[in-house]
Design a protein around this ligand. Structure first.
Ligand code: GDP
Ligand code: MG
Length: 439
């Protein structure tokens, strides 16, 4: 899957200290392939990769926490941007009622999502009216009426012998005289785009002047969804998209492309057949989901805000060279405290739950305070060279920090383990470098 492939790529990046131009190039080749495989529009992929490449190589990389993390952030930012940036809300008419017209191919989910939207509006104490303008599909009117009954929302219908344009117009009049603040117009679809349908939709639009024309597209149709979006947009100037059936075994391609191709935001996603299976579309969340890296981005943002960049780089170098001392540990602890609860931070790191022993480390803030107190009771020489700390020194440190000798022992033991782990990591990094040099 796209998520897996990207994750593999970024896992490789994450092991690196520095990011060269060729690293970025290699990573971007993977990203491009992954996106193309996920059915993302070719041109969208090309632009995307170019943008990320430009941003990733050079100065910005140097300023980041680690180059790998920075590239991840850039990819995420650009994916988010590609899908519209921030969350897009429904347009509201300043002269109520607000008219929302649902358009799209047959079977995309227009009728279902008319119901879902009505339910959302109902929750906000709005008074929607549903208007049944699909007079062609057998039982389409009935389907809307059943939804209306279920929600206790009125449905306006004139049967299937009156033109949809007329139904829409009368429906709006009805809404005005009955004090509805929203009118949701459910229209007909075809199995494929045809001119008769487009003309009809254009005429309905003309008649009711909707604030919102929502294109309902089935995410499972991939690249076809993008073509549909383009055609509907050219005819009707849609104002937003609802991407349905994201609960299925869908690839992320449509979500990535639709906004880029039509210039209109995805406003909601449909995640099931049930009436409340609808969610506002969050481009940033979608991007993170596509990247499949949990809350790693939240972590990066937090870290960037509160850790001094130079210090972080310095620390990273020290960790790689395994000359990390108790002094550095103390320094790091005070920075970690600014980030938030330590176990939460560790939980955000990808792969951290896989590191042996990390699960039960369970460090809380109180524990950090205790560790700080112990280290602060050591002399600078002891902090640099823990081997100096014999049993009489341990007693002194315990006394000075108000802890027991066992507490001091435990800390020193933990620190020793940590150093071992870092040595292993740095050994691994050196090996990897050697390998790369050979080929
Ligand atoms: P319309 O022809 O555009 O009005 O499409 P419908 O609203 O009648 O939906 C067509 C089919 O897709 C129905 O069986 C719906 O239950 C189903 N459907 C709609 N939205 C979703 C969704 O988000 N997830 C899933 N799994 N099924 C959906
Ligand atoms: Mg329908």
């Amino acid at each position: 899957s796209l998520a897996n492939r990207l994750q593999d790529t970024f896992n490789r990046l994450r092991g690196k200290g520095k990011l060269s131009e060729s690293d970025v190039k290699e990573a971007m080749r993977e990203v491009r392939l992954a996106l193309l495989e996920a059915d993302v529009n070719f041109k969208v992929v090309k632009d995307f990769v170019e943008k990320v490449r430009e941003r990733a190589i050079g100065q910005e990389v140097l300023q980041s926490l680690t180059p790998g993390q920075h590239v991840i952030k850039i990819v995420n930012d650009e994916l988010t941007e590609l899908m519209g940036g921030s969350q897009a809300k429904l347009n509201i008419s300043n002269k109520p009622p607000t008219v929302i017209m649902m358009v799209g191919l047959q079977g995309a989910g227009k009728t279902t999502h008319t119901g879902k939207l009505a339910k959302l509006l109902q929750k906000e104490k709005k008074k929607p009216l549903l208007v049944a303008c699909d007079i062609y599909r057998p039982a389409a009117i009935k389907q809307l009426q059943v939804l209306g009954e279920q929600l206790q929302v009125p449905v306006f219908s004139l049967g299937d012998q009156v033109s949809p344009v007329e139904i829409a117009r009368k429906g709006l009049e009805h809404a005005i005289s009955y004090g509805h603040d929203y009118v949701l117009i459910d229209t007909a679809g075809r199995l494929h785009i045809d001119e008769t349908l487009m003309d009809e939709l254009r005429n309905i639009k003309e008649a009711v002047q909707p604030s919102e024309i929502l294109l309902v597209v089935d995410a499972m149709t991939g690249q076809v969804a993008v073509e549909v979006a383009e055609t509907f947009n050219n005819t009707l100037d849609v104002t937003g998209t609802i991407l349905t059936k994201l609960d299925g075994d869908t690839r992320g391609g449509a979500a990535l492309s639709i906004r880029a191709v039509t210039g209109t935001p995805i406003k909601y996603v449909g995640t099931g057949e049930k009436i409340d299976a609808i969610e506002p579309f969050h481009p940033d969340r979608m991007a993170s989901r596509i990247l499949g890296m949990g809350d790693v981005l939240t972590l990066i943002e937090k870290a960037q805000a509160s850790i001094d960049q130079d210090k972080a780089m310095d620390l990273e170098r020290k960790m790689r060279n395994a000359d990390f001392t108790l002094e550095d540990f103390l320094d790091q602890l005070s920075q970690v405290k600014n980030l938030g609860p330590l176990d939460q931070i560790l939980g955000m790191l990808p792969g951290m739950n896989k590191v042996k022993g990390m699960q039960n480390m369970n460090v809380d803030d109180k524990q950090i305070n205790r560790i700080e107190a112990i280290i602060q009771s050591m002399t600078p020489a002891e902090r640099r060279e823990p081997k100096l700390i014999d049993s009489s020194r341990r007693k002194r440190i315990a006394k000075g920090s108000g802890m027991t000798v066992q507490d001091v022992n435990r800390l020193l033991k933990q620190f020793e383990e940590m150093q071992k782990m870092m040595k292993q990591f740095s050994g691994m990094a050196k090996k990897m470098k050697g390998k790369k040099g050979k080929k």
